[in-house]
Design a protein around this ligand. Structure first.
Ligand code: NAP
Length: 243
């Protein structure tokens, strides 16, 4: 293992894609801190699975859309783990509705949780990485942020924002040896997509299947740990949905 004692923070790491990222980074030798919103049972299970891989692990419950909570949690993590080498801005929600029917709460919840969160979390973490003079940030975008999706004006706006954020930050932080990239998943089998009409969706996917959280996690681990000359990129992991 090459990365022993390096520390990764994965937001929304209790379930789904974030959990798979946490486990993949643990397999690569990172100690891993996961963040979650409320599902303590799932968070504790993920922590146990990381520890079973031989890495240190902790779960931090905080709302990524709350600036003060994020700042306090990051200070606590640095206190306990000493550093943060990898940040995966993954926590996210959907509140789908046609734009004409969209309520203010639906718009604001998605923008706050999926986009403003990246600012609130990355702000304190980037200061730590700048001091370390190294780091890698991976932002979870979506195909919806690349091509837009009817019924998801809020989500598409947040994910497109994530892509712009990734590119601007990559330019700003490159001189400090910090790389910033994004992954744009297609349809991945998690709680978020469990109520979608799978058969109809699969028809549109060239590879004719939904993706698995591990498909995203492998790409996140590649961008975080292996892709030493890649920054500012958005990697589609979508079975060919956006070509
Ligand atoms: P998921 O299974 O619904 O899991 C969401 C995770 O985010 C959970 O760990 C949840 O914590 C956490 N979370 C939600 N709101 C939070 C908040 N305010 N503060 C802190 N944590 C919060 O979702 P997923 O499918 O794995 O999606 C993960 C990311 O990938 C999201 O950014 C999503 O937009 C993106 N994505 C997913 C797909 C897909 O097809 N699934 C496609 C494209 C992009 P609790 O367990 O405590 O609730």
């Amino acid at each position: 293992m090459t990365d022993v004692n390096k520390v990764a923070l994965v937001t929304g790491g209790s379930r789904g894609i974030g959990k798979a990222c946490a486990l993949e980074l643990a397999k690569a030798g990172y100690d891993v801190v996961i963040n979650y919103a409320g599902n303590e049972e799932a968070a504790n299970k993920t922590v146990d699975e990381i520890k079973a891989l031989g890495q240190k692990a902790a779960a931090k419950k905080f709302d990524v859309s709350n600036k003060e909570a994020a700042e306090a949690a990051i200070a606590e993590i640095v206190n306990e783990f000493g550093r943060i080498d990898v940040l995966v801005n993954n926590a996210g929600i959907t509140r789908d509705n046609l734009f004409m029917r969209m309520k203010d709460e639906e718009w604001l919840a998605v923008i706050n949780t999926n986009l403003n969160s990246a600012y609130f979390v990355t702000n304190p973490v980037s200061k730590i990485m700048i001091k370390q003079r190294s780091g890698a940030i991976v932002n979870m975008a979506s195909v919806s942020g690349v091509y837009g999706n009817a019924g998801q004006a809020n989500y598409s706006a947040a994910k497109a924002g994530m892509i712009g954020f990734t590119k601007a930050l990559a330019k700003e932080l490159a001189s400090r040896n910090i790389r910033v990239n994004a992954v744009a998943p297609g349809f991945i089998q998690t709680d978020m997509t469990k109520d979608l009409p799978v058969d109809k969706i699969v028809e549109r996917i060239p590879l004719k299947t939904l993706g698995q959280p591990e498909d995203i996690a492998k790409t996140v681990k590649f961008l975080a740990a292996d892709a030493t000359y890649i920054t500012g990129q958005v990697i589609g992991v979508d079975g060919g949905l956006v070509i």
